[in-house]
Design a protein. Structure first.
Length: 335
């Protein structure tokens, strides 16, 4: 199938070929026998953005409707009802939902995490297993020290489990190379933390632009600033913004690269109630508007009512999973 697609020409074809080492091959919308660009012949460590991708060398990134022949440590990220074939060991394929049904995008099995502190071994996670689905809103509840932040870090490719597996796009993150994990974090995951981690000498807009430049399919920074209610504040620096405004910029930055997973660690923890509701509304709207998976970890049980599913964690174990048939809106959260 890949050879046919690469061999046929189509109107308004955009093709980038022969890109050298560390180069960027970025291709337009109309493509080779499909609705996407086509990139071929890009060298080692290059970044390809295309609907049909072929011959990618080691550590390359192929993103598009069809990723073909990607070698070791490549990342083939596939859109709605896309196809990824022929990717070798340590590559990742991200397949969206097709025919209107939710697809499993991440599967964790028997995940254990231990920290050695002198003569003491701390077991932060004790063999947790769970799935995440495309487009769902998940809330992870638990007290401090329950293991919820550790779980989020492992999902996000920041940390590795001591034992168990985390499957994303058909590949095991726990055994991935550092290069492959970097590609995964860069393209597939957005992070929102309790503290904003904005770059102080960049404006609000520049903080967002910096993240979008890493993405093959970014969302417009100006659109995001408008969506988070800061359309007139894009030229302000972080010290000129309130805490709530800085958190909204941080969310826009995480959302800007259009990730498959948005992971939020206590995003309302440092905010007052009114601002916290605004932040939750932004996260909920992103989930619905862009059909992306959002995972929030919090100790605030009231937020649990917003989730399609709620994972209750205690002592490093998932104590229960609650399915909400009618999730509440942020304005209904009981603080």
């Amino acid at each position: 199938m890949g050879a046919d697609r690469m061999g046929k020409k189509h109107e308004k074809v955009a093709v980038t070929a022969g890109c050298g080492k560390d180069s960027l091959g970025a291709v337009g919308v109309a493509g080779v026998a499909g609705v996407a660009g086509a990139t071929a012949g890009c060298g080692k460590d290059s970044l390809e953005v295309a609907g049909a991708t072929a011959g990618c060398e080691e550590d390359s990134l192929g993103v598009g409707g069809s990723a073909v022949g990607c070698e070791e440590n490549s990342l083939g990220a596939v859109g709605v009802a896309g196809v990824a074939v022929g990717c070798d060991e340590d590559s990742f394929e991200v397949v969206g939902a097709s025919a209107g049904r939710m697809e499993k995008i991440l599967e964790a099995t028997g995940v254990t995490k231990e920290y050695i502190m002198g003569e003491v071994t701390v077991r932060a996670l004790r063999g947790v297993s769970f799935d995440l689905y495309d487009g769902e809103f998940v809330v992870v509840l638990g007290p401090s020290g329950s293991g919820k932040s550790t779980m989020l870090n492992i999902i996000g490719g920041i940390d590795r489990p001591t034992a168990g597996s985390v499957m994303f796009g058909g590949k095991d993150l726990s055994n991935a190379s550092e290069r492959a994990l970097t590609a995964y974090r860069r393209t597939a995951v957005g992070f929102v933390f309790q503290f904003y981690n904005l770059i102080p000498n960049l404006t609000a807009r520049e903080n967002i632009v910096l993240a979008t430049e890493l993405s093959h399919d970014p969302i417009s920074p100006d659109e995001l600033l408008k969506n988070v209610g800061l359309g007139e504040r894009g030229s302000h620096f972080p010290p000129q913004l309130s805490g709530g405004e800085q958190q909204r910029v941080a969310i826009a930055r995480a959302v800007g690269k259009n990730p498959a997973l948005l992971l939020c660690d206590e995003p309302t923890g440092a905010l007052d109630i009114q601002t916290g509701v605004q932040v939750l509304r932004i996260l909920k709207d992103f989930n619905k508007q862009y059909k992306k998976t959002v995972v929030i970890i919090t100790h605030n049980s009231g937020i649990g009512g917003m989730g399609d599913r709620v994972f209750n964690i205690r002592d490093g174990l998932i104590d229960s999973v609650v399915v909400n048939d009618a999730p509440i809106q942020p304005e209904e959260v009981n603080w």
